[in-house]
Design a protein around this ligand. Structure first.
Ligand SMILES: C[S@@+](CC[C@H](N)C(=O)[O-])C[C@H]1O[C@@H](n2cnc3c(N)ncnc32)[C@H](O)[C@@H]1O
Length: 1008
């Protein structure tokens, strides 16, 4: 898939040209599309390779960044932006093609929304109501409510996609916003690229005719832009490649790529993205054949062993296990599970039946019980950290901690009485506190084994099943040591750590294979033996993710469709031990995967190395570093590394199959900064003078800025632009109004030589640059709004650009005052220290916020408002456009220095955020001791509330005059704010109260 460039371009003609991303970037649209991609879950292109790897960057975002780095600006910013949007398929035509590909509009919807005099050239009608005749239909025109007209319509058979497209485009134009249009469309990458971009290439070639561009596909465009800028096809590097979305997308649009990561699992996933998802269709067929061959071979061995079949030929789908322990009070063995419900949809439960003779419980599996019994069974034998059960009418409760024998040492460390398993162990020993017990098997009938709708049932294990379990255990006992030696089963010890401590502490497991049941071990050893091709290693990891005693039995809600199922280990990013778990049979594993296929141009290397050891030069680096990562990739991926480290196939055998925890960059302290400076210095040293870097990181607070900016600055880079992308992921780990935005920071090499600046002299230059930047963006906003009805940049973009402008000035220097940037970046921070970067960012925020006057308020009034007042009015204005994203509130609260914005929020859900309405304030929220209560706006809220209660306006004004010493000076600001509230408030009573009070204050005569 190499591009073939025949045109005569002048290599390096754009060597010194800025990149388009330095001036324009469709951040709002990219945000929306990135979220749309995320929401596709398993429908995302790379997720199928390993959903255990979370946090892949959206491909659409990567595409926008690569293009933005390569495209040059012309002297017409608006036309540049329009072309950029076309290349992203964000323009009207692209959207119409994308929605046509999704078949998003029914003929009836089109009929209802467009004017059309000749509808029957396109559609055929069927009469639905008696009395409607062909003659009636002939006279019908669009817009038309087909139901009301008594007909239904469908496309005529001969109508081509191009003809449909014309009507789609008109129908789409009637939708109110970009989001409304894009939400019904396919993602650009899902649409046939030749068809989607057919109209775009001539426009691209015309726009860049002065450069001699002649492109008819992305690889051609990218190659030509690369030649113009770097003299060759551009090389894009990512030295923190993780799941590989950056190198994959860069390769897909035609760049040469270099990807590296410290972690071999990350390298494997990146390799898979490029070589499996990105493979040619022929290669894909080969890969699938390989998968089928292995699946068949393992299945044959398992069938021969007879360990997943019963005598009738029915086959197991899953095995449900639980822990069991002896109660210290009664001496009974108690099966442990937080719930004994197996299926809510089918009312199946596991019922504990006392066996007095043996002081244990039989577990019966009963189907079709009453809802009441299901509810009772949902109260398991583990409740809030206690073992709880009832025997002969008496309830016993013992904390799990007591069962484990938790204790604290004199040095404060903790321990327990759980035996630490030995390497040769693969099941509990009889004297162990926690035993493991199979309590149910999910069976598939022989007749429906290969049907799409299988008939299944659950049963307690029979004698034959127990015999089978014994056989499995015997096989494992006989072979484990050999499997260890041959690398078919891991023999790696679990190294203690933040996540890895948990299985050690809670189960006594010391080696990775202890996390697997004997059945898992046998199945996986058989599978591992057959895996010699790299692509099958990814498959093995996919299977591993659904094995082990860490995989949950998921009971669906009774009302929901679908069956209950065994979930994957990494449904969250931890190594949580379970009281009850479920294992899929080999038969139930989808070893043969139908991955997505998106052939990429491959000139890619994947290297397993710390980012500081980079040796290959690249033109552009795009990275998503491990800043403040909630996920300890280096620990949890050992779950896979343990299985792969011995005898990995080529090319994985070049990699270090160890997570090298000590080298992983993590946290946010000095080690983190040192690691990051080394990484970014290596990248800066390995790029040409006109190279570009893009770093993505989560937007948190100004200390993030300070740290990261210091790091990039020390690495010899200068900030050139910044954009804000709302990614809005509410992580399971961090519930409760947690919103994320991603900052896209653009950097270039700082010019060689030393430059010393002084803070006091820098400040005016910073202010000037911020003003210049924001004003040019506001200007573009105005022109685009006139043409398209929607602005390009929202306030967050402007704010972000303001920061970037300030940092651009600052990071051009090597010394500020007496301090050089490297010692600034690496020096330990004192608690609460305000660094020079903090000051610059703060000043930029203030300058920007002075410029961001909400529509409907005078600049004079705006200048007189406090931070919280600005926040309130700004957000009120934003709410009128239907915006309800919490991260907007978060960001603006920071920008306006609001101390505690939660106190003025009516709702803090990530996508339903809103300010408190005036009527919702309690009087304690508006006292002088609150942030808002101490302001004029707070004062106005009180008076508006009084007006609801029919207090005379005159009385209120009198009160204000008495209580506000600066009443006369404040009057015009109050009037202005009231007019604003009257226009923007969501509450009719507040609007009319604001009108009444505003009029009163406005017409107040001196002396009245
Ligand atoms: C946030 S993730 C990158 C995710 C990636 N952009 C994606 O789309 O999947 C950060 C990555 O940095 C890697 N990492 C941590 N320390 C490293 C180091 N010193 N050198 C190279 N990679 C490192 C981690 O293994 C992890 O894969």
């Amino acid at each position: 898939m190499h591009a073939k460039t025949k045109t005569t371009l002048t290599p390096l003609a754009l060597k010194d040209a800025p990149a388009l991303i330095e001036t324009v970037f469709p951040a709002q649209k990219v945000s929306f599309e990135a979220q749309k991609e995320r929401k596709a879950n398993l429908g995302q292109t790379l997720t199928g390779l390993g959903s255990y790897w979370k946090g892949r960057k959206p491909l659409i975002l990567v595409r926008a960044i690569v293009l933005g780095c390569l495209l040059p600006p012309t002297d017409d910013a608006q036309a540049d932006l329009a072309l950029f949007e076309k290349l992203m398929a964000f323009d009207e035509e692209g959207l119409a093609r994308r929605s046509l590909a999704a078949n998003a509009l029914s003929p009836a919807e089109i009929a209802a929304n467009i004017d059309l005099d000749n509808p029957w050239d396109y559609f055929k009608a069927t009469v639905r109501r008696l009395g409607v005749t062909g003659g009636d239909i002939r006279w019908m025109r669009f817009p038309l409510d087909v139901d009301a007209a008594g007909i239904s319509i469908r496309w005529r058979r001969h109508i081509t996609d191009d003809e449909k497209f014309v009507l789609y485009r008109r129908a789409l134009a009637t939708l109110p916003s970009y989001e409304a249009k894009a939400s019904i469309a396919k993602r650009p990458e899902e649409v046939d690229q030749d068809w989607l971009y057919a109209p775009v290439w001539p426009q691209v070639n015309r726009h860049y005719a002065h450069l001699g561009l002649d492109a008819h596909s992305f690889p051609e465009l990218v190659e030509q832009l690369g030649i113009l800028r770097y003299g060759r096809r551009p090389r894009v590097g990512d030295t923190f490649c993780g799941g590989g979305s950056i190198p994959f997308e860069a390769a897909r649009i035609g760049c040469d790529v270099y990807a590296s990561d410290l972690n071999p699992v990350a390298c494997m996933l990146t390799w898979g993205a490029l070589n499996i998802i990105g493979s040619s269709p022929e290669r894909r067929t080969e890969i699938e054949k390989g998968q089928e061959r292995v699946a068949k071979a393992v299945d044959a061995e398992i069938t021969k062993l007879g360990i997943e079949h019963d005598k009738q030929g029915n086959r197991a789908k899953s095995y449900l296990y639980c822990l069991e322990t002896r109660c210290p009070e009664t001496g009974w063995m108690i099966p442990l599970s937080p719930s004994w419900v197996i299926s809510k949809g089918r009312n199946i439960i596991a019922r504990l039946k006392p066996d007095h003779r043996n002081k244990r419980f039989e577990v019966e599996i009963v189907s079709g019980v009453s809802d009441k019994e299901v509810a009772a069974a949902d109260q398991g034998t583990v409740q809030e950290g206690d073992m709880v059960y009832t025997l002969d009418g008496k309830t016993y409760r013992t904390p799990i901690k007591t069962l484990r024998g938790d204790y604290r040492n004199t040095d404060g460390s903790t321990g327990n009485r759980l035996r630490r398993w030995e390497k040769s162990d693969f099941k509990p020993r009889p004297e162990d506190i926690f035993q493991e017990r199979l309590y149910a098997i999910h069976w598939i009938t022989k007749a429906t084994l290969n049907k799409s709708r299988q008939e299944t049932w659950f049963a307690a294990p029979t004698d034959a099943d127990w015999e089978c379990e014994r056989r499995v255990e015997k096989l494992v006992a006989e072979n484990l040591s050999r499997w260890h030696d041959e690398g078919l089963v891991p023999d790696m010890a679990i190294e203690p750590g933040y996540n890895t401590d948990q299985p050690i502490r809670e189960r006594g497991w010391t080696h990775w294979h202890h996390m697997f049941s004997p059945r898992d071990l046998l199945k996986l050893a058989l599978l591992r033996k057959h895996i010699s091709e790299p692509e099958l290693v990814l498959e093995l990891c996919g299977t591993l993710d659904f094995c082990s005693k860490l995989s949950r039995w998921i009971v669906r809600f009774s009302s929901g469709g679908g069956s209950d199922f065994t979930s994957n280990v990494f449904s969250n990013q931890a190594l949580n031990t379970l009281y009850n778990w479920a294992n899929r049979s080999f038969f139930d594993h989808d070893f043969v995967q139908n991955y997505k296929n998106a052939p990429v141009h491959i000139n890619a290397s994947v290297v397993c190395a710390p980012s500081s050891e980079l040796t290959q030069a690249q033109d552009i680096f795009i990275t998503d570093p491990p800043y403040a990562d909630a996920v300890n990739y280096e620990e949890i991926t050992e779950f896979f590394i343990a299985w792969l480290r011995k005898n990995p196939p080529k090319p994985f055998d070049d990699w270090v199959w160890d997570s090298r925890r000590a080298l992983a960059i993590k946290g946010s302290d000095e080690d983190f900064r040192r690691g990051m400076v080394a990484a970014y210095k290596a990248m800066a040293d390995h790029m040409p003078d006109n190279g570009m870097q893009c770093v993505m990181f989560t937007h948190q607070n100004t200390s993030v800025w300070s740290d990261l900016i210091g790091i990039f600055w020390a690495a010899g880079l200068q900030v050139v632009a910044a954009w804000y992308i709302a990614t809005e992921t509410t992580s399971e780990l961090k519930k409760g109004g947690y919103v994320q935005g991603t900052v896209i920071l653009m950097l270039k090499k700082r010019a060689a030589g030393e430059r010393t600046g002084f803070k006091q002299r820098l400040l005016p230059a910073v202010r000037q640059e911020v003003v210049r930047q924001i004003e040019s963006m506001l200007h573009l906003n105005d022109t685009v709004t006139v043409h398209h009805g929607e602005p390009v940049f929202n306030d967050s973009d402007l704010q972000m650009a303001g920061y970037a402008a300030a940092l651009k000035v600052l990071t051009a220097y090597t010394h500020i005052g007496g301090e050089d940037v490297t010692s600034f970046a690496l020096r330990p921070r004192a608690r609460g220290e305000v660094t020079v970067v903090d000051e610059m960012v703060q000043q930029a925020a203030e300058t920007a916020s002075n410029l961001l006057v909400p529509e409907g308020l005078s600049a004079d009034t705006w200048a007189k408002l406090t931070g919280i007042e600005r926040f309130m009015l700004r957000m009120l204005d934003m709410e009128t456009t239907g915006s309800s994203k919490l991260d907007n509130y978060q960001n603006f609260a920071k920008a306006f220095h609001v101390e505690d914005y939660a106190r003025v929020m009516g709702d803090m859900r990530p996508n339903q955020a809103r300010l408190k309405r005036v009527s919702e304030y309690a009087s304690r929220d508006l006292t002088d001791s609150t942030e808002i209560g101490a302001t004029n706006l707070g004062r106005l809220f009180i008076t508006l509330q009084q007006l609801y209660k029919d207090t005379e306006p005159q009385v209120i004004v009198e009160q204000m005059r008495n209580e506000m010493p600066d009443f006369l000076e404040a009057r015009s600001v109050l009037v202005d704010m009231l007019a604003f509230i009257e226009k923007k408030s969501h509450e009719p009573e507040t609007r009319s109260a604001a009108e009444v009070l505003g009029a009163r204050l406005k017409n107040l005569r001196f002396g009245e």
